[in-house]
Design a protein around this ligand. Sequence first.
Ligand SMILES: NC(=O)c1ccc[n+]([C@@H]2O[C@H](COP(=O)([O-])OP(=O)(O)OC[C@H]3O[C@@H](n4cnc5c(N)ncnc54)[C@H](OP(=O)(O)O)[C@@H]3O)[C@@H](O)[C@H]2O)c1
Length: 326
Amino acid sequence: MHAIAIDGDRLTWTPAPDPAPGPDEVVIRVAAAGINRADLLQRKGQYPPPPGASEVLGMECSGVIDAVGADVGRWRVGDEVCALLAGGGYAERVAVPAVQVLPVPGGVDLIDAAGLPEVACTVWSTVVMAGRAQRGETLLVHGGTGGIGTFAIQLGVALGLRVMVTAGSAAGRQRCLDLGAERVVDYHDEDFVEVARELTDGRGVDVVLDVIGAKYLQRNVSALATLGRLTIIGMQGGAKAELDLGALLTKRATVLGTTLRSRPVTGRGSKADIVAEVEHQVWPLVASGAIRPVIGARMPITEAAAAHAALDSGSAPGGKVLLTVP
Ligand SMILES: NC(=O)c1ccc[n+]([C@@H]2O[C@H](COP(=O)([O-])OP(=O)(O)OC[C@H]3O[C@@H](n4cnc5c(N)ncnc54)[C@H](OP(=O)(O)O)[C@@H]3O)[C@@H](O)[C@H]2O)c1
C-alpha cells in the first residue's frame, strides 16, 4: 500500500508496509482521512503518537472494512465505517481497535464521515461527559468556525443549550450564526467576558469549551457562572498562564484539561467508552439532520502538504479539511 511519509518539509505518498489486524482489530481500506491541527504538531516532532501507534499521520478516517481480527464479532468485510485512530489515517489501509470504529451515520456520505469521529468524540467527551452540560445551560465555544467549533455549536443547539461563540472574521461569524449560535463575539474587537455577562443577565456561562489555553485562562474563569466548568482542549494561545484562584474558589468553578489521543483503548475513561456513547447519543442526532458534518474542503491525499499549509496559515476554509484516498 501507500502512506504519507514525512520527508523534511515535504509529505510524500510512498510505498509502506500493509497492516494486518491484531485479534481485536479491523483493517479499514481508507476512503478519506480528516486533518487535525495535532497532525501539524506531530509533523514538527512536537506531538508524538502514543506508544505502539502507527508513526503515520492521521487520527481519523472513513472507509470500508477490508480484514477482521479473530476476536472481532461486530464488523464484517465490506462494512462502511469511520474510526477514531491513534495514528495511521494518511494511508491506503489502517489497522484500528474494533471498539474505535463507528458505522457511517445515516444520511452522511462515506467521504464526509471521515470528518466526524475526532470532533464528535472530543466535543461529546468534553462538553457532556466532563463538562456535564445540561439542557437550558449556556455554552461558550471558542473558535466557532473550526472543526471542533462547528460541531460544538450544532451539538449544543441539539442538546438544548444556549450557544455563544468567538470567531475572527465576518464570514466566519455568519457561518456560526447559520449553524445556530445565539451570539457570536468578534474576538478581535469585543470582550467575550462582557458579552457572556450581558447574555446571561450577569450570571456568566455554565460551560466553556476552550481551544486557546493560556491566553484566555483568566478571562474564561471570569466568564464562568457560579459552579461553571471550563474545559480546555487546545493551547493555540500558549501553555503557561497565571490564574487568580480567588475567582475560582468564589465561583466553586472547575477547570479541567483533557486529550483524546492519549486515553486508553478500553477501561475507565477510555476511547471505547467515548465511542460507544457517541454512537448511542450523537449518531441519532446526525442521522436526523440536527447535526451535519461541516466540510470546508476535500483534497487528494497527494496534496496533504498544501492542505496543512492552508490550515497553518489560517487560510483554510472553516470546518474540516478531508484528504481523499484514490
Ligand atoms: N484535546 C483534544 O483531545 C483535542 C481534540 C481535537 C482538537 N483539539 C484542539 O482543538 C483546537 C481546535 O481544533 P480544530 O480542529 O477545530 O482546529 P481548526 O479547525 O484549525 O480551528 C481553529 C479555530 O481556532 C480559532 N481561533 C484562533 N485564534 C483564536 C482566538 N484568539 N480566539 C478564539 N478563537 C480562535 C479559529 O477561529 P477563526 O477561524 O475565526 O480565526 C478556528 O475556529 C486545536 O488546538 C486542536 O489541537 C484538541
